[in-house]
Write a protein that binds this ligand. Structure first.
Ligand SMILES: Nc1nc2c(ncn2[C@@H]2O[C@H](COP(=O)(O)OP(=O)(O)O)[C@@H](O)[C@H]2O)c(=O)[nH]1
Ligand SMILES: [Mg+2]
Length: 361
């Protein structure tokens, strides 16, 4: 899973990137030359380690999330020529994390002169819409020329779909808010439109607002009409300091501050909800591993996630919930208790299933 961190200048993108990835990327009080930061995070899942205790595997592999801290939106890019390069990085992500400042700090001057999160978010949305409009525009002009020359039904159809996109973007409507039949959605995927991606709004709050973060989230959520957008409020600066502490020192600090979860846990949890993902596990003496998959996926799809051979040669899936497996201590015992189920390819994978795939090669 890849998430692109975007937002206005000096909203705390790099600070939050550091808080999430334990990196030490340079933050700045004034708008500096932008650079791209990339970091991979291993998603902490306490049950994965418990599962590993049962198998003592050679390898424990958590789910990985890659964060890209990328500036380069219209309002942040002074030099036009670098735009393409930065946008290309955004097109590859599964979701956007929009960092919006609410923290007050005099030494950091807001590029618009005042703190106004709603305005910043609107501006950011406009930036995303402008980028998508540009993509749609270019393709529409090209298609208009080619369909005149040769009457291709396929291209005519594409033109209609893109015109529909254009109209909606011109009205300020995100493409994620439109309904597309599966076939059109597939076509649109090729364009990597930014407004088709789910958005996680990260409110970068001041330390004084940590205890009321939940109220802020709720208040802000009211303005995000659709399910494809969600909000978390966190204090980037504090979270960055916390992540740099030893794990044992972290907990008393968090309790002091009134923090129940780390920024990483909060962001991951919300990202999973936003992308409608669940976790399943595979386990043997070689490797105990967690995987992310879309909610509602079949056992066959899950097999394909692990290995294409498993999908091709799929026979059966042996499934047990991780809680039952941990309770009984082995698949053998779970089976005796009737908790290990034999499922076919159409079985819908449930969150925290442990799956053993039976397959032919
Ligand atoms: N007080 C406070 N300052 C912050 C917070 N997050 C970021 N900053 C400061 O805001 C400035 C800009 O942060 P940076 O992460 O470089 O912003 P970017 O331009 O969006 O990447 C830096 O001086 C940070 O120390 C926060 O949560 N609280
Ligand atoms: Mg930065």
């Amino acid at each position: 899973m890849k998430i692109g961190i975007i937002g206005p200048q000096l909203s705390g993108k790099t600070t939050i990137f550091n808080a999430l990835t334990s990196a030490h990327a340079k933050t700045s009080e004034v708008f500096a030359h932008k650079e791209l930061n990339r970091g991979v995070v291993k998603v902490p899942h306490p049950k994965l380690l418990k599962l590993a205790e049962l198998y003592t595997p050679k390898k424990i592999t958590p789910i990985e999330v890659e964060y890209i801290d990328v500036a380069g939106l219209v309002s942040e890019t002074k030099e036009k020529k670098s735009e393409g390069e930065f946008f290309a990085h955004l097109h590859e992500v599964d979701a956007l994390a929009a960092v919006i400042r609410t923290f007050k700090k005099e030494s950091v001057v807001h590029p618009c002169g005042s703190i106004n999160p709603q305005r910043d978010l609107e501006n950011l949305y406009t930036d995303l819409i402008i980028i998508d409009l540009d993509i749609a525009d270019k393709r529409v002009s090209k298609l208009e020329r080619t369909v005149k020359l040769k009457k291709s039904e396929e291209e005519q159809r594409e033109l209609e779909i893109l015109k529909k996109c254009k109209t909606s973007l011109e009205q300020g409507i995100f493409l994620s808010e439109l309904q597309f039949p599966a076939e059109e959605e597939k076509l649109l995927r090729g364009f990597c439109f930014l407004t088709l991606k789910p958005v996680l709004v990260i409110l970068n709050i001041g330390e004084e607002d940590i205890r009321t973060a939940q109220n802020l989230e709720k208040e802000f959520e009211k303005n995000l009409k659709t399910k494809r957008k969600m909000v978390v409020a966190l204090c980037g600066e504090i979270e960055m300091e916390l992540i740099q502490l030893e794990e044992n020192d972290r907990i008393p600090f968090m309790q002091d501050l009134g923090l129940e979860k780390s920024a990483l846990n909060k962001v991951i949890e919300t990202s999973f909800k936003l992308l409608d993902l669940i976790t399943f596990f595979t386990a043997n003496q070689n490797e105990v591993r967690a995987w992310a998959i879309k909610r509602g996926s079949t056992a066959l799809k899950a097999a394909g996630t692990v290995h294409s051979d498993m999908e091709k040669g799929f026979i059966k899936a042996e499934v047990v919930t991780i809680d039952k497996l941990l309770q009984y201590g082995s698949t053998h015992k779970a089976k005796e208790k009737g908790e290990l189920k034999l499922e076919g390819k159409d079985y819908i994978v449930q969150d925290e299933d442990v799956i053993l795939f039976r397959f032919n090669v």
